[in-house]
Structures are given as structure tokens and as C-alpha cells.
Design a binder for this molecule. Sequence first.
Ligand code: ZN
Ligand code: ZN
Length: 406
Amino acid sequence: MDLNTLIYGLGISGLFASRAFIPAFISSFMLRYGEYFPILKDIDFLQKVGGGEPSWFTNGYVITALGVLSILEIGATKIPEAEEALESVNKYLKTGMVAATYFGFMSTADKGFIEGNLMVMQAGFMSGIWGTISTANTYLFASLRSSILEVLFEADQDDDLGLRKLISWAEDGWAVIGFFWLIIYPIVVLIILGVIFGSAFLLKKHYDRKEEKSKIDCGECEATNYPSATECHSCHAPVASPVKVGLFGQSKSDPAEDVAKHKLRLAEKKRCPACATRLSERNPHQTCDTCGHELFKNSTIAKDYLGMVAGRLPLVLIISLGLSFIPFLGLVIGVIIYRIQLVAPFRRYIPLHRSLFIKWMIRLLFFVLIAVQLIPGVGGIVVPIMAIISYMAYRGSFVKGLNLSV
Ligand SMILES: [Zn+2]
Ligand SMILES: [Zn+2]
């Protein structure tokens, strides 16, 4: 195995870890049209394999299909609901696409081989080892990437802060530009990948260790519990003084004074009100996998929950009214505040397709309202209106899902 093989194999799996179709599309496009790019013209192996009769991988239909899939991929990764739905198959899709791309390169190499371009073989791209390294490593990198992003997804499930969207655009950019860099400066790409995945790995380790260390022993049995739990997940003995949870559902250091309110707060952050385990389903009626607690079991709890969110309405409206007078920035901050305070408590318990439908209906309505915001005076009421409409739409859908008389 030569060094080139290793470098390209590792580098390419770093690109496929982020996106399945974009790197495949760029591969096929470059193999076919690489000779027309001024920077790539001098790259040895592209000269050898590019041009001439296209193979199945550099066929116009395949390039078009991969291009369309890339656009769909860019779109889907911008919608938290779609991204979440994709997450379960993502690793396999990426691993599959890197293997397909490998065979794609092979197919052009065969052609080059027949035409006597033996140089292609020396590019390192074509050896079986390259395929094995890239495929195995893509699976590894993609798994690592998922586990890091999972922390972020858990913390901000519906991307109320917009951070996920930012990362997503950065990954799109990386999948495109990284490919050209890999060809021109392979070592630079390897260093970037090493830094990103190395620090991500350490960060994940640190997070897991912190989470595990923060757990407290149950006084009655052998089990350890989250510090924010209200009862032991194993023997159900009450926890003496559970700690508060923060904006992202993370455990804080100060104790929660009112346990009944704390339980609602745990439910709001999509953690089990009893053992504080993160809940996975987007449905108000679900049973905790760890302790068997039934969420929103009766209408009293559901009523209290709705009451808690409703109680925030006046203050959020006053704040967003004030923010409305600051053009653009006020709108952005106002939207983040009402999303976290009024919408998130409901949206995380609404099924994906329904949540997506509500989102687009509201967007359509907001499109008009945001345009008005730019006119001083009239603009003042726009953010509060957006807050009320969103609150009512998501609350309505949540109540429907509850199926209790509240
Ligand atoms: Zn216990
Ligand atoms: Zn539980």
C-alpha cells in the first residue's frame, strides 16, 4: 500500500462523512469534465481518465441523477425534521455511496487501462485497498459525526437557535470545496480532518464522562440516577433534592425548589419527569424506556403543562413587542425567544410530518408579515403577532395529539 492510497482514502472518507451525494456528484462530474477546469487540468490522473467515452459512472444520466440528489440532500439537511428522519439511514447511505464512487473510479480506470493509460493505476485511487480504507473509514467518521451532532440535536431539537443550519451550510461547503482541495493539497485536507475529528472525538468523550460523573447514587438501591431526576429509575424512591435543568435540558447545580414544577420543566425539555432520561418519541403519549413512566398520563398533568406555557405568554409578548422596533436583529432575537418559550414545549411532541406542515403554513403567513416589519410604526406588532400565531398553531396540534379533555 503506498502513501497516496492512504491519503486519498482517508481524505475522501472525511468528505463522505458529511454528505452522501455531493462528493459522489463532484467525483463523476470531475472525471467527465475535469479537463475543462483550469486548476484541475494539470492533475495527472484526471488527464488520464477524463474525456473520451464516458463509463457508467461518468454517464450524463448518472451525473444528472447525482446532481439532483445532491440538491435534495442540501435541502433536506436544512430542515430539522427531514434531517432527523434521515439520520437512521445516513451512515449506511454514505458508506454505500463511497463504495459506489470507488467502483465509479474503477470503471473509468478500466477504460483508461484499455487505452493504455497505465499511469492511472499509480494515482492510488484505483487499488482495492483504497476502496476498503475509504469505505470502512467513512462508516467510522460518519458514526463519529452522528454522535457529536446528536448532542447538539438533543440540546436544540428544532434548531431554535439556528446553529444546526449554520453547521449544515458549512458541511455543504466542505463537501464541495474539500474535494478540490483533496486533489490539489491532500495533506492540508488530512490535517483539517485530523483536527476536526480529533477534537470532536475528545469533546464527545468529555461530554460522556461529565454526564456519567454527574450521576448520583440512589439512597435505597444500587442504581445511579441523573441529578435532575425526581425519582430513582430502578426502585422509584424519591430523589431528595433534584437539580434544575437549563435551557437545553442540561442539569444545573442549583436545586429545584418546587418538584411539581420541576417535573413539568423536565417534560418541556423532553426528559422523563421521573428519571430524567431523554425521551425519544415525538408524541405526548409515550412510556419512558428506562423507568416505565407514562408521559401526560392524565388531564391534570396535561392542564398544568399547558398552564405553564400559557403563563409565559404576556411577558414574551411584551419583550417581542419591544424587540420589534429594532429592524432585523430585533426580529431574529424575538423569533428565537418565542420559539424556545412558547413553541418548543409543544413542537417536540408533534409528529414530524404534522410539525413540518404547520411550519410551512405559518411561513407562508409570515412571509407577508415580515415584509411589513420593515416599515417603522406598523412593524411594532409583527413579532408579537408571529408569536401568538405560532403559539396557537403548535398548541392546537399538541392538544389534538394529547387526545384528553383539557
Ligand atoms: Zn433506587
Ligand atoms: Zn423515566
